[in-house]
Write a protein that binds this ligand. Structure first.
Ligand SMILES: [Zn+2]
Length: 452
């Protein structure tokens, strides 16, 4: 049993962390957004040469932004443009709007390729981020008195620090273990008995696997809630089911990114999509072909605008992540828009194969729907030497050698055909032979022969 768990489950607490904002009617919410947008656009134009040049190039003035739809006239900012800006105006580029004396923390992006993009937080930014991250943990069911095991990487990554601040602000007991030491993570789950675990879904599955090897059953620990981010997973049904069953918890998904902030959107207990923090962000889903807004429910690229960020505000940041959005009221009572199914993939992760296109998350969904297969997998893209054609092979791990036969393989291939509309090759290897990860998993291996 956890030390102080009982107090956290009582109903003495309200349902919402910030009631007024989270259940505000849409009209009032949009008025608040417009107010904040006008403030943001004006200060970006006045204090940032980077933004002023972009506005002047197309003859746009801050006064031209008079409605939430007018924001479509502002050209989107890509990550590459931010990198180029940093290189031409080192070290932070001219998109920093707050004066240097107000800077408090630096949080660059953690991408594995390219130069990291620096983002800065002022004291007010930290305050806002702490507030909306507390809201996220509250929405998952965390309450004062919970023991929060923060398995997110501390340091430069946005999630570690912000969840730490939020948990403290909520009155929780924080274990700042970070994204390492699976065995010690398990020790703390046993004693003092953490009630909330924060980590990537891949790491949670790895912890569950190690726990099982040590003979520790979910009923031996007090864990109640899992807060999962950094990569897709918690909203892919078979992955969620596995994490929930193996750790004996409710698993929730959230989404964040360095350029915008941590926990920008997160699930509520209804598990009906991730709710956006719309009082701090303007959320758009854009059709990349037309650059117009998608209809509700239609999948497009997520474009985010900071409404309150002081230090490094983004006006229409082109995330390259794919999602859909609905403003239909959720059963939880919150009015903030939701993205059902969470983030559906990255526009540049799309795999094109034999005329069809699919995302790694769809492969994950198939692999994890088979109990005969272990959780880890790879998508290997290579070039056939003779034909020069791309070949895709999914490498998955079998749990028992007996299942490696054509009947089973055909069953998996059939599931691929239904989900992806194409059938990649399938290679089955022994359980445990693919490397496990503690941070974001890299499951696509591109071994294609590059032209030239
Ligand atoms: Zn909800």
């Amino acid at each position: 049993m956890g030390l102080i768990m009982s107090s956290s489950q009582s109903s003495e607490y309200p349902l919402y962390y910030t009631n007024k904002i989270e259940t505000m009617d849409r009209e009032s919410l949009e008025m608040l957004q417009l107010d904040r947008l006008e403030w943001q656009v004006k200060r970006c134009y006045e204090s940032s040469e980077f933004y002023r040049e972009r506005f002047d190039r197309i003859g746009l003035k801050p006064g031209d932004i008079q409605s939430l739809d007018d924001v479509l006239n502002i050209p989107p900012v890509s990550k590459q443009e931010l990198r180029d800006e940093q290189l031409s105006h080192p070290p932070f580029g001219r998109y920093v709007v707050a004066p240097e004396k107000d800077w408090r923390e630096l949080h660059p992006s953690t991408g594995t390729t390219g130069v990291p993009v620096n983002t800065i937080w002022t004291e007010k930014d930290i305050e806002n981020i702490t507030l909306w991250t507390s809201r996220t943990l509250w929405n998952f069911g965390a309450r004062p008195g919970d023991i929060i095991q923060n398995g997110f990487s501390y340091g430069l990554w946005v999630a570690g620090m912000s969840c730490h601040y939020a948990a403290k602000a909520m009155g929780c007991f924080v274990l700042p273990i970070g994204a390492s030491m699976a065995e010690r993570q398990i020790d703390y789950l046993v004693n003092p008995g953490s009630t909330v675990l924060l980590s990537t879904p891949s790491f949670a599955l790895y912890i569950a696997e190690r726990m099982n090897k040590r003979g520790i059953d979910p009923s031996d620990i007090s864990l109640r809630i899992g807060c999962f981010g950094g990569e897709a997973g918690a909203e892919i049904p078979p992955t969620r089911e596995k994490i929930e069953a193996r750790l004996g918890i409710d698993a929730y998904d959230y989404y964040g990114l360095a350029e915008i902030g941590p926990t920008c959107a997160s699930e509520c207990v209804e598990k009906a999509g991730i709710h956006w923090v719309e009082d701090h962000l303007l959320v758009e889903i854009i059709d990349p072909k037309t650059n117009k807004r998608c209809n509700p429910g239609q999948v497009g690229v997520l474009v985010l605008t900071h409404l309150t960020k002081e230090a490094t505000p983004m006006l229409r940041y082109w995330t390259n992540d794919l999602a859909r959005i609905t403003t239909e009221k959720c059963d939880c009572g919150r009015t903030h828009a939701r993205s059902e199914g969470g983030i559906l993939g990255r526009a540049d992760d799309m795999i094109i194969y034999k005329g069809a296109n699919f995302y790694p998350a769809q492969v994950e969904k198939v692999i994890r729907s088979f109990d005969e297969l272990d959780d880890e997998f790879r998508i290997r893209i290579s070039t056939d030497k003779k034909s020069g054609i791309d070949v895709i092979t999914v490498v998955a791990e079998y749990r028992a050698k007996e299942i490696v036969n054509d009947v089973f393989k055909n069953k998996v291939k059939q599931a691929f055909r239904e989900e992806l509309e194409v059938t990649p090759g399938l290679e089955l290897v022994e359980a445990g032979s693919l490397e496990r990860t503690m941070f974001k998993a890299k499951r696509v291996e591109d071994m294609r022969v590059k032209a030239g």
